[in-house]
Design a protein around this ligand. Structure first.
Ligand code: B12
Length: 494
């Protein structure tokens, strides 16, 4: 390590830049369909880091590459002159994160401490430091709030990072790996995410058909999941700590805060909002009782809901619910360890519709052991289910998942990290080809969204300009789905 990074922190409040490297929709989606697929949910994880740093008195600036070019980020960070830079990374974003770290080190002649965090560094840990070389000083290997705070204190006092749990760091020529930091149990003790750092909140919009009012805030009421789906990345890999809940009162305080800040819709990003039935019921009843003026969208697991709960959600302003359906073939649901049945999926979707909720169901193709014919069965199942929104992804073996750790058993994986985007380039099961997975996705979107009954229903539901825009974007994607072969094969459909 060049300049002794630990020596530059001799003052109280530190200048911290939090960066999400630059990315554009076309890097993830086909340019022909990106318009109806692109999602700009708020990056809550990084905003929690920002909130604890601000609360500790540090000067924090946030640079979101979803809306900034790399040049703009480099210029902005250079101008800010931070002493600490934290870079967020998914698997898809790692190469950009590594590059950005190198650029920052050059700009500041090494006189800046740079660490990485987020799903990919959490899964890969010291391998990120090995891969990034001197560009990176440390990796936060879990929830970052208290780890980053303790790192600051250590850096300020010029002490090293020995004993700071949840961090892997460079010391001289060697890499030190400290024990993992226990997961935060008292989530109510955390400050609300620093959404004030987002600038224009109206830019953070979900995919067109998945919101009703703007601006949309993202909110998480619990952390973790006790399910064991083989493709899902979870901080707590072995699911030992189950689900950690915020108190309903603490959640309501944040909702009221968001409404005061002008938000009109909330996307709850809990993996499932109904894991604790009674808590979910009291949350909905409290929202209704307090007449809080916002609409909301949440996800739930099909065997955790029933009509009374969904009715309570509806009456509390919930307009849509996402059920992780995933497959229309029971064998494949079992393979991914979803823990649900086709009958439970049908029952949950039916109940949600009966209480007037819109239903969104994602499906995945390329499940280990799945055949092309079974993929067609899943498409027919999605049509029979007839949700309002259906999405058709490709299973993706993210590092840190059971699928990734047991790859050989199931299939082959791409070496290209930018393929890790659910779009179908990252994994091929032994039972299918990549072309078949991409073909299934194209057939699925075509068949599901081209049904005259579906289009007629959508026309009848047109209410405002927003709906018209959504309809136009969907029709344009449909046009390309029918006129372009291999639309999901990025190499061929650019
Ligand atoms: C919100 C969200 C988004 C938002 C914002 C993401 C962003 N930060 O730019 C949008 C819609 C833009 C997005 C896009 C994508 N996403 Co996304 N997204 C999520 C989601 C639903 C919530 C993240 C969140 O806020 N969680 C809640 C907070 C509390 O947890 P957290 O994020 O893990 O944060 C903690 C730690 O990671 C750490 N931490 C977080 N940020 C930072 C920053 C620093 C500096 C440090 C030190 C620590 C740190 O501390 C935080 C607090 O404890 C997660 C699923 C999930 N439930 O986590 C998927 C998830 C992160 N996304 C995923 C993917 C694949 C993508 C896309 C490739 C998908 C796509 N097709 O669009 C793109 C890639 C974008 C990119 N720039 O890389 C995967 C990543 C898996 C992986 N290993 O790569 C996830 C895990 C979903 C999944 N289960 O598969 N996403």
């Amino acid at each position: 390590m060049g300049v002794n990074c630990y020596a530059i922190f001799r003052n109280k409040a530190m200048k911290c830049a939090l960066v999400i490297p630059s990315w554009v929709p076309e890097e993830i989606f086909s340019s022909k369909t990106a318009g109806s697929q692109i999602n700009y949910w708020q990056p809550l994880g990084t905003l929690y880091i920002a909130a604890v740093l601000k609360k500790a008195g540090h000067d924090v600036k946030f640079f979101n590459g979803a809306f900034m070019t790399n040049e703009k980020i480099l210029r902005g960070v250079k101008e800010f002159q931070p002493e600490f830079i934290g870079i967020y990374s998914t698997t898809f974003g790692w190469q950009k994160a590594r590059q950005a770290a190198g650029d920052f080190k050059k700009i500041f002649h090494g006189r800046v401490f740079i660490c990485a965090g987020g799903p990919y560094p959490i899964a890969m840990q010291e391998r990120c430091l090995e891969d990034a070389g001197e560009s990176l000083d440390a990796v936060v290997t879990g929830e970052g709030e208290f780890t980053v705070l303790e790192m600051m204190e250590r850096l300020q006092s010029g002490k090293g990072l020995e004993g700071v749990t949840g961090v892997v760091y460079r010391q001289g020529e060697s890499i030190r790996k400290n024990p993992p930091r226990p997961l935060i149990t008292d989530l109510d003790s955390l400050p609300f995410p620093a959404r004030e750092l987002l600038g224009h909140a109206s830019r953070y919009i979900p995919p067109p058909a998945t919101y009703r009012r703007k601006p949309v805030a993202v909110l998480i009421t619990s952390r973790g999941c006790n399910r064991r789906c083989i493709y899902c990345f979870q901080m707590d890999k072995e699911r030992q700590s189950g689900i950690r809940y915020r108190s309903v009162e603490n959640v309501l305080k944040e909702i009221e805060h968001c409404i005061r800040e002008g938000y009109r819709e909330i996307k709850f990003i809990d993996d499932t909002l109904a894991a604790d039935y009674d808590r979910a019921m009291s949350l909905a009843q409290e929202i209704k009782a307090r007449r809080l003026d916002f609409t909301w969208f949440a996800s739930a697991c099909v065997n955790q809901v029933d009509k009374p709960l969904l009715k309570a959600f509806r009456e509390a302003g919930c307009w849509a619910i996402l059920f992780g359906a995933e497959s229309g073939v029971q064998k494949n649901l079992n393979t991914i360890r979803k823990g649900t049945t086709l009958e439970q999926i049908r029952a949950a979707v039916k109940a949600a519709k009966e209480v007037g909720l819109k239903v969104s169901t994602p499906f995945i193709f390329g499940i280990p052991g799945e055949t092309f014919e079974e993929g067609l069965q899943t498409i027919q199942f999605s049509i029979d289910l007839n949700p309002d929104i259906a999405n058709f992804h490709a299973i993706t073996p993210f590092p840190g998942t059971y699928l990734y750790d047991n790859l050989d058993k199931y299939g082959a994986m791409s070496e290209e990290l930018t393929d890790f985007t659910y779009q179908g380039a990252a994994f091929i099961p032994h039972t299918m080809t990549r072309e078949e997975i991409l073909k299934l996705r194209q057939i699925a979107f075509k068949r599901f969204y081209s049904r005259p009954s579906f289009i007629f229903r959508r026309i009848l539901e047109l209410r405002n300009l927003h709906d018209l825009k959504v309809a136009f974007k969907s029709l344009r994607s449909l046009f390309w789905l029918w006129t372009r072969r291999d639309i999901f094969n990025k190499a061929k459909s650019a």
